[in-house]
Design a protein around this ligand. Structure first.
Ligand code: SAM
Length: 288
């Protein structure tokens, strides 16, 4: 507690805040770091910003200084009270009490958040799939962030990397040591900047792409032919369909490649072959 500023210490005491791991409550306490994070979002007074999980408002305050509007979703009623107190001098902050996974999210053009780690994956996909945004600056646990930015051929390259990079360009911009939070978590954090992809490989059907990735990436260390055969067998299909799919790719993939090494563009081509199988009736349509 000794490194906490007086205002944070006051809020913790006044609102009897008892942080819980279940809700990922580890609060950023360093204003300089909060400012640095907000700078990556290049905010100006035209920006409408969404913050998921306002907590004690250290980040909220920095966003409010720079942006036109800040919409903060916070699930914890006690923290909502603390947050209202913290930002009482700002007239551009709208606090929404609720679960960020289910509330109607406001229309914004930027997202800046120190995300609750307990919902990292779900909330990231909600942002990527539902919001039309220009840029997101998001803080995650370091290991999770490594998977988001992983390149093909690295041990962290996984289903998560592929599904996220399908929607956005993702880059690490800042590492934040655990001591910058209260309570101090066991792991460091990393801030990631995401910009929606305006060009690049897009599957003919997004849902078939994600369905295929979910079907084959439980086996990231297997080779592609083997993973396809297992997936088709699980679907009750002939395993020889795996060979047919590879043939249709005209030598793009031999089938011997480890899943961890296959690029997004190649996976998109494979998903389009799977869609052809669905259209021809060889695979039952998973979308109905
Ligand atoms: N933004 C603050 C900061 O940087 O100090 C708090 C970050 S803390 C990691 C995550 C915050 O998200 C907590 O205040 C927690 O109560 C809130 N939270 C957890 N689950 C949530 C959910 N499903 N919807 C909205 N807020 C949530």
């Amino acid at each position: 507690m000794s490194t906490l500023s007086d205002d944070i210490r006051g809020l913790l005491k006044r609102y009897k805040v008892q942080p819980t791991k279940k809700r990922g409550q580890s609060f950023l306490t360093n204003y300089a770091v909060a400012k640095e994070i907000v700078d990556f979002a290049e905010l100006n007074k035209q920006d409408r910003v969404l913050e998921i999980g306002g907590g004690l408002g250290v980040l909220t305050q920095q966003i409010a200084e720079k942006a036109g509007e800040v919409h903060v979703v916070e699930i914890d009623a006690n923290l909502v009270r603390a947050l209202c107190d913290k930002v009482r001098d700002y007239n551009n902050v709208n606090i929404i009490e609720g679960d960020a996974l289910t509330v109607d999210l406001p229309k914004v053009n930027k997202i800046v958040s120190n995300l609750p780690y307990s919902i990292s994956s779900e909330i990231t996909f909600r942002i990527l799939q539902e919001l039309e945004y220009e840029m997101a600056v998001l803080m995650y646990q370091k290991e999770f962030a490594s998977r988001l930015i992983a390149a093909p051929g690295t041990p962290e390259y996984s289903r998560l990397s592929i599904n996220v990079q399908y929607y956005a360009r993702v880059e690490e911009v800042l590492e934040v040591p655990a001591e910058m939070f209260y309570p101090v978590p066991v792991v460091d954090s990393v801030v990631v900047r995401m910009v929606p992809r305006s060009a690049g490989p897009i599957a003919r059907d997004h849902s078939v792409f994600h369905w295929m990735i979910a079907g084959i990436y439980p086996y990231p260390n297997k080779n592609l032919r083997r993973a396809l055969r297992i997936w088709f067998r699980n679907l009750g299909l002939e395993r020889t369909l795996a060979d047919d799919a590879l043939k249709r790719l005209d030598g793009l993939l031999s089938g011997e490649e480890r899943l961890r090494s296959i690029s997004l563009v190649t996976l998109v081509s494979l998903a389009d072959v799977i869609l052809e199988f669905i259209e021809s009736g060889a695979i039952a349509d998973p979308r109905v």
